[in-house]
Each structure stands twice: as C-alpha cells, then as structure tokens.
Design a protein around this ligand. Structure first.
Ligand code: F55
Length: 837
C-alpha cells in the first residue's frame, strides 16, 4: 500500500539510520550507545552480560541493514527461491558467527578490551539457540550458513520453541533434565506481529456441488483456530552481503490475548485456558532423536508449522501474479526428514479447495515443488500417524491423503498388473489396527527427488525401505547428497589458530569459501615448522579442554595423554556401551600390569558427552555406567594418568566448539548400516584429529578421501549384519571372552550397584545383542591397541593428521548446497549487489 511507504524525497535517510562501524572506536561508540540507551544501564553497572548485550546489539544493527537489502533485492529480482522446512535448527550461539562473517571480530575484540572485557568471556555470555536434537538439526543450521554464504535466495522455516532441548545435569551419575527457557534475552529475533496466519484444527468437511462450475467442492469448517506469528532471525553469509531469513512460527490464541467475546460474556477462565492451549503448540521441542512416538501435540506442531509456512510461501508467490503452473519454477521446498510431510497434502488442499485448480494440475505442481531428504532407515524412527488421529485433527487432509493413495495405487496396478502383492506393500495406508499413515511413503510419492545423506545410506534407502518405489518411479528419483559441515563455524570459529596456520600457507582465508583448497596443505606435511605449529595448536586445544574439565568437574587430566572422545546423542545404535565396555577392558588390563609395565602404556583420557532422550531408559543406563566407571577409575591411585574417564555434562553446540578441536581420536562406532551419515566425524578430522569408526555412514567416504592408512576402521560390514543377528538366535550365541570378563567385573560390583547395570549386560547376553556389540568387541579392542602404538610415534601420527586435514575439502556443506541446488532445486545464486544494494 502506498501509504505504508516513505515519501520519495525522504528515502535517502533510509538505510543510513544505523551506523556501519568499521573501526574500534566506532564499534565502542555503538556498543556503549546500546548499553546506555537500549538497555538503560550506567557505566558503573556494566557487567559482562551488559557488554554482551551491547556488542550483540551493535552487530545486530549491521546485520539488519544487510538483511533488509538482501530481502529487497530478492523481492525485486524475484528469482526461484529455496525453502528449507525443518522442525529443528540447532544454531548454537550467533554473536561470534556474526562477528566473523562480517569480518569485524578483531575490531570488536580490541574495543571490548578497551572497555575492560575479554572477548571469550563476552561471547560465552550468550545462551545457545538449541532448537534441535542432534545431527539433523545441526545439519539444517550448517545448510543455512552455506546457503547465505553462497548467495542462494533461501529461507528456513521452523518453530519458535519456548523451550529448546533440555539442559542435562548429572546427579549421582544419573541424567536429570532441566527445562531450557532460552528467550529471556534474545537480540537475534524480530517479532513480526503483522505476519500472522490463522491455522485450523479439528472440525468437519462439507461437500457440495458448485452450481456455476458444476464441480464438487470440499469445505473444511467448524474447526478451532490458532494463530501463527512470525519471528525472523537474520542469517549472515560469510564475507558476502547476503543475509537470509530464518522464519520461526510462534503460536498464540486467535483474537489476541483473550477471546474478547468470551471475556465480555464473563467466561474469563475459559478464555485464559484457550490462550494456554494455543501457546502449548510451540512450547517445547520433542527431545527424541531417531524415535517416533506418535503424540497428538507433535502432530499439531507439524501441521501448524507446515500450514503457516505454506501460506507464507503461497502468498509471496501470488504477489508475482504468475500463473499457477509457474509455481515450481519459483519455489523449491526441501523437506528435512518426514516431519514436514503434511506440507504435501496442505499444498494440494490450497491449490484444489481454495484456488480451484483441477486435481491433476495441482498434483503435478506439488510433485515438482517438493524434495525429500531421508535421515534414517531404522524402522522405529520412520514416522507413522494413526488414521483416527488424523481424521480427528485434520479431516480434510486425511481425505486428500486417501485420494493421493488411490491415484498412486491405480497407477501401480496399471503399470505392474502381475504384481498385486506389491499394492499392500507400497500403500500409504498400513492395514494395521488402527490403520496408520506411512509418512515416508507419502513424502516419496509427493516429491520429485528423494535423497539419502551419505553413499551407503542412499544405497540402503534404495535397496531396503524404498525398494518398491525405485521399481515404480525408476532409479533417477533417488539420489545421494553426502552431508557436510560449515568450515566457518567448525574450523575458523572453533579453532582459529588452525584456521590461521592454514591461511598463512594458502595466502589468506579464501579456503573457508572453497574448502577444496585445503589440498594445498599437503605440501607442508614434511615442513618442520608447520608440523611443530600444528602440534602446538592441538596441544593448546587439549590444554583448554583439560582446564574446562578441571573447572567443571574438578578432575585433572594430563593434556599429553591421548584424548579419546565420543560426543553425540546417547543411543544403543551409536554404541557408547561398546566404548565403555572397551574402557573397562582397558582398566582390567592395566590392573593386571606391573607398575613398570603400566608406565609404558599410552596414557588415555576417555571423554564422553551427550544427552539421552528422557524416556529412553537403556540410554540412561549407559550414562550411569560411564559415570560409575569414571568414579572408580579416576580415584584409583594405581592407575593415575594411565586412564581417566570423563562424562561431560550438557553437550551442546557451544561445548562442541571447545571439544572438537581437542581430540586425538574420536569414536564413530555405530553398528554398520545404522548411522545414516554422521557429521561430527567430519568436524573432528577437519580439526586435526583421527577417527576410529565402523564402515558406516560418511566414515566410508571419509576413508576414501583421506586414505585408509589415516583412519582406524574396525568391525563387521553392513551387508553381514542381518545374518549375524539371525545367528544370535538360531546358532549358539558366542560371547567374546574379553567382553565376558568385563561383564563379570560389572556383575561383581566393581563399579558399584551391579543390579542397575544388569539390563545393559543382558541386552548383549540374553536379548540377542541386536547392535552386535559382542561380534565387534574383539576387533574394536585390537584397533585401540593399534591406536596406542601409532600414538607412540608422534611423527607418524602428525603426518596422518595433517594429511587427513588436507583431504577433507569434500565435506564442506557448501558442496552439499551446490549439489542440492543443481540436482534437486534448480536454483541459482543471486548476486547481492545487482541493484547497487
Ligand atoms: C529427531 C526426531 C525424529 Cl522424530 C527423528 C529423528 C530425529 C533426529 O534428530 N535425527 C537425526 O539427528 N538424524 C541424523 O541426521 C544426521 C544428518 O543427516 C545424520 O548425520 C545422522 O546419521 C542421523 O542420525
């Protein structure tokens, strides 16, 4: 509307309103201005929290200017855009990243020092934005960083949870969950109270014949309405003006704070209750990773977020006045796992019920718009929703799903008339009691491309869970995009000294935008000075982690020891139990040695970290065992530095930035075929650590890139897992001898209360050892011996580490995004300067 615009003559002032500081003094002036006026604090009441706030607000101003320009530029050029739909964005902290991306961290550091503060203290004031569980959520965050850095016109869409993933405390060795209320001061979000969408739930569907068109029309009516309010978060690219948008939806009661009609009619209490109910939708992130629990509130979250996002996307498209058939040339929507699959029937509903398109035309638009990324082949993680629940909550969507299924099954029947048994297998509806909607099948049928996240995983996707669909649609619909990580956060920010060392040899930091340039580092593998500096950096990073361990846990660890780290969500398939059983075996071995022998072994610090889903009892048992072992081993004077066992509390993104650069070895030891990709494996190698791993997920491609002499692989292969599991039940179960000794020690109470570990031991000995712990134990222990030996020869070790780092260029998320853009989205970067912006 014209009246909403600034008059022509006055527009120059616009865009000049916030100061684009470039010097230390200008930065200080901006920060102080914010402390004084925005926060209303005096110079005599300026603590670290205030200094953080002032710094954040100063940088925020800069981001806003670039962000506005980027959005105006995108609106003007109106290119095809990418929309990344993810229920999780595990962003971590924003300030450090913002300072590095706009290239002003050094200036801010000097400015803060003038004001009497240390940069590290200020940066660590910020709370993590922890709107995710693990790998899937962090991948979405890395992708946002890459899309902005590569100038893709891209938006993220998610939920603005009031509570992110819980904070973990360890009390008496057990995990305790504390709610993560993170929003009391969040300068990085902008409420858009004018961007509000009403979302309907429940109700019924009325069908009637439209006399004028002669068409049957469906109307979804009498539902409950909840309002979605947009909160926008700027996503700055690295050394580019592009600043993209992450839009998070927050739920509130429709009609504002209270329903005034109810309020005035004296129904105050129920008006407040309605408000509470509405706000519940975006209240809390579900803390399960790789497990589907089918809760009604979770389904509400999914629809609320999909419907609000699609309304927004469609509204933006309609402004262009283009024909509907142009929709897929303007819009690419990527589904991060099946969590946003309801977007498929929702777009079909918008096109058919609201915009009046014919079914087939609408369906072709839908299929050409969506792409679906699968992150797991494990059956317990594949989402299903019960038909009765969908009928109740989203009656029109259920009808649409049935119609999609009918058309699909008719097509399959025509194409494969002799394979009628296939129909039941590929049906979106599982004929169980109650009937279930298989969301992954709906996602495959409604998308034009389906991808896995590492080569082995994508092969498994094609040959196991979607085998029939490969036959139906042909192999080209199924593809692979191996995961990656952003080198900005995971190298430059987490490990500035290593980043600078590399930059000193490569003529600057350009490699952070083209990570394949790392291959030039290999030239320096024999360079004495380079090797020395590389080693010193690793040592300094270990000293920093050792200090953190001392400060938080009171345990002293020797930074010269081999740091062996496994940090990730606690899950039986990730096999932290294999690791801790291995640690116990090491302890038993050490105890049998003479003091002289013990002096010769490579000293080790075994470090664990990660959260267990609150309802995942066996995962909690694993945490308990790790802590119980730590308590005994760390207090054992005879053992001393030869072995320490640490469980780091509350592993999250900002802690990962301290932990990752400090590893000598990290563990990626999932049962083969279960870890779709893994991404921390990439972070550790990029930071100059080696890995021990199974032939699983991206470990396989890491091996191909860095060379098998630079990685420690062990264990059975994915292709043999099925037979081995079968053999556990149908042949004599053989428990590995060393593992039997470990179990004996546990049972005899060496680590306290033996009873509380019974279930963990029994899962191997009595319940079929589903994760093949016993089958892989010997190979695991032997491989750790090789690691001990290799570490003794520091020269060879450093050679491996430097070689590995130099060959990691493939694993940048920039490469992933370019692959998605080319193979799946068909979008191109947009020069941020085209309008002189
Ligand atoms: C969260 C909720 C549900 Cl309902 C299901 C899964 C998850 C989840 O957190 N999954 C997850 O993190 N998957 C991981 O995705 C990574 C990125 O692709 C992979 O590297 C990793 O192998 C996979 O487990």
């Amino acid at each position: 509307a014209v009246e909403a615009s600034i008059p022509e003559g006055q527009r120059e002032a616009y865009g000049q309103s916030a100061k684009e500081f470039t010097t230390k003094d200008e930065f200080e002036a901006e920060a102080v201005k914010h402390i004084e006026t925005t926060l209303a604090r005096s110079l005599f009441n300026c603590d670290e929290a205030a200094a953080y706030a002032g710094t954040a607000l100063a940088f925020r101003d800069r981001l806003i200017i670039e962000w506005n320009k980027t959005q105006q530029n995108q609106t003007f050029a109106n290119p095809k855009r990418v929309y990344y739909l993810s229920l999780e964005f595990l962003m971590g902290r924003a300030l450090d990243n913002a300072m590095l991306n706009v290239g002003l961290k050094d200036i801010a550091k000097e400015g803060l020092s003038d004001l009497g503060f240390r940069m590290e203290d200020i940066v660590s004031q910020e709370r993590d934005a922890a709107l995710g569980n693990g790998g899937l959520g962090r991948l979405a965050a890395c992708f946002l960083d890459s899309m902005a850095s590569l100038n893709y016109p891209a938006w993220g869409y998610g939920l603005r949870y009031k509570y992110g993933i819980f904070k973990q405390e360890i009390i008496d060795g057990y995990q305790v969950e504390i709610p993560d209320y993170w929003l009391d001061f969040n300068p990085w979000e902008f409420p858009r109270h004018d961007v509000a969408v009403d979302i309907q739930f429940y109700g019924n569907v009325r069908k009637y014949m439209d006399e004028s068109t002669g068409k049957q029309v469906s109307v979804w009516e009498n539902g409950e309405i909840v309002t979605a309010v947009a909160f926008d978060v700027p996503i700055p690219g690295y050394q580019t003006a592009t600043t993209n948008n992450l839009r998070l939806w927050s739920s509130k009661a429709s009609g504002g704070e209270f329903d005034f009609q109810k309020f005035n009619s004296g129904d105050y209490e129920s008006s407040v209750a309605d408000q509470q109910r509405a706000e519940t939708i975006s209240a809390v992130l579900y803390p399960n990773d790789n497990l589907d629990r089918g809760k009604e509130l979770r389904l509400k979250q999914q629809y609320f977020w999909c419907a609000a996002s699609l309304f927004d996307i469609v509204r933006r498209f309609k402004k262009s006045k283009k024909a509907w058939k142009e929709f897929p040339s303007q819009v690419a929507i990527q589904l991060n796992d099946t969590h946003p699959t309801l977007a498929i029937p929702e777009l079909q509903r918008i096109l058919v019920d609201i915009e009046g398109l014919e079914w087939d035309e609408a369906w072709s638009i839908v299929q050409n718009t969506f792409g679906y990324t699968n992150h797991t082949v494990m059956p317990e993680a594949l989402e299903k929703w019960s038909v009765p629940l969908l009928q109740y909550l989203l009656p029109r969507h259920l009808q649409i799903i049935y119609d999609i299924n009918l058309n699909f099954l008719q097509y399959v029947e025509r194409t494969f008339p002799k394979e009628r048994e296939m129909l039941g297998r590929v049906s979106i509806i599982e004929e169980s009691q109650p009937k279930m909607v298989r969301m992954a099948y709906l996602a495959v049928i409604g998308s034009h491309k389906v991808n896995g996240v590492a080569e082995l995983h994508s092969d498994l996707v094609r040959t196991t869970i979607f085998k029939d669909f490969v036959k139906i649609y042909g192999p080209d619909k199924f593809t692979n995009v191996t995961n990656g990580i952003t080198p900005r956060r995971w190298l430059h920010q987490a490990n500035p000294r290593l980043s600078d060392l590399i930059a000193s040899k490569l003529g600057g930091h350009d490699f952070l935008k083209d990570l394949t340039m790392l291959n030039q580092v290999e030239k320096y593998v024999d360079d004495k000075a380079f090797r020395k500096e590389f080693q010193e950096i690793k040592y300094a990073n270990k000293v920093r982690l050792a200090k953190y361990i001392k400060d938080t846990m009171g345990v002293s660890v020797n930074p010269a020891a081999l740091f062996d780290i496994q940090v990730k969500r606690i899950h039986e398939y990730k096999r932290q139990q294999l690791n801790i059983f291995g640690v116990i075996h090491r302890y038993l071995t050490l105890k049998k040695m003479s003091p002289e022998e013990r002096k010769k072994v490579t000293p080790r610090v075994s470090i664990f970290g990660g959260k267990a889903a609150p309802g995942y009892w066996q995962a909690k048992n694993i945490i308990h065992l790790i802590n119980a072992v730590g308590k005994v081993v760390n207090a054992d004077k005879e053992i001393g530095d030869a072995l320490k066992v640490i469980f780091l509390e509350d592993y999250n993104v900002s802690k990962a930035e301290i932990i990752t650069p400090a590893s000598d070895i990290s563990e990626h030891i999932s049962t083969a075929g279960t870890e779709a990709s893994g991404t921390s494996n990439m972070k550790f190698v990029l930071n100059g650590g080696l890995i021990i791993g199974t032939c699983d997920g991206a470990n396989i491609e890491i091996t191909r890139e860095i060379g098998e002499q630079n990685i420690f692989l062990f264990g059975n292969l994915a292709e043999d897992v099925e037979d081995l599991r079968h053999a556990h039940f149908y042949s004599e179960f053989h428990l590995d001898d060393d593992l039997a000794a470990v179990f004996k020690a546990i049972r005899e109470g060496m680590f306290g209360d033996a009873e509380s570990f019974t279930a963990l031991v029994n899962s191997v000995t009595d319940h079929g050892d589903y994760y093949l712990v016993s089958d892989d134990f010997h190979s695991y222990v032997e491989t750790h011996k090789l690691i001990d030996e290799a570490y003794q020869s520091q020269e060879e070790w450093v050679t491996k580490c430097i070689t590995a780092v130099s060959r990691m260029g493939f694993f940048t998320s920039d490469r992933c995004i370019d692959e998605y853009a080319e193979m799946i989205w068909n979008v191109e970067p947009l020069n941020p300067k085209v309008n002189g912006a």
